[in-house]
Design a binder for this molecule. Structure first.
Ligand code: B4P
Length: 190
């Protein structure tokens, strides 16, 4: 079983590259950002609460995203493996993921960490904001807040996975296909 954590700051290319990895390895894609946006689109209570956090560039509470991941893991017990995209984003989420996966003795295989310069992140997100309609991609101050939240709450996860010998840094600058090639090569050797 291959369980990959696709990691990086907002705009690093996680959602973009997850598409290539699911095709190459036959894994199930679990994106907490996509799951939350589906809840918002369906107008659920969870979605309404999450939207308030997301529009400001803040994280949604840990218990909400952990609960969503747990239901998806329970619903896909025969999967060949998963790509976790945008999850975990805090150390508490990483610990919860370890506990959930250990129940089935299928731990995280590796963390693929996309490394991208800050100005490139801002440019990509503003560009997506022109067409996506995503409130969190349209305002530079919200984008900067997302990057600050990432630096404060999410970046410590690199150390968390390094200690377990599971961190793989990947250059996330350049063309989408070049980056896909780099990720595939690393994932094949995990
Ligand atoms: P996400 O949906 O995870 O948002 P993201 O970080 O912007 O996505 P991603 O990194 O996948 O975008 P990509 O670069 O592929 O989260 C949104 C919000 O949801 C968070 O702020 C938070 O509020 C909440 N949330 C989600 N998960 C949570 C959790 N676990 N805990 C708490 N809260 C959570 O795409 C960006 C753009 O760049 C695209 O337009 C793409 O086409 C472009 N691009 C990608 N690669 C490129 C390249 N190489 N060159 C040029 N452009 C490129």
């Amino acid at each position: 079983m291959l369980n990959l954590v696709l990691f990086g700051p907002p705009g690093a290319g996680k959602g973009t590259q997850a598409e290539f990895l699911i095709n190459s390895f036959g894994l199930i894609h679990l994106s907490t950002g996509d799951l939350l946006r589906s809840e918002i689109a369906a107008g659920t209570e969870l979605g309404l609460k999450a939207k308030a956090n997301m529009d400001k560039g803040e994280l949604v509470p840990d218990e909400v995203v952990i609960g969503m991941i747990k239901s998806k893991l329970d619903a896909n017990q025969n999967a060949k493996g998963f790509i976790f995209d945008g999850f975990p984003r805090t150390v508490d989420q990483a610990k919860a993921l370890d506990n959930l996966l250990n129940e089935n003795k299928t731990p995280v295989s590796g963390m693929l960490s996309l490394e991208v310069e800050k100005q490139e992140l801002i440019d990509r997100l503003l560009e997506r904001g022109k067409i996506s309609g995503r409130a969190d991609d349209q305002d530079q101050s919200v984008i900067e807040n997302r990057i600050n939240v990432y630096n404060k709450k999410t970046l410590p996860l690199i150390e968390y996975y390094k200690k377990q010998g599971k961190h793989f840094g990947i250059n996330g600058m350049g063309s989408i296909s070049d980056i896909a090639g780099r990720l595939k090569e690393v994932a094949e050797n995990i």
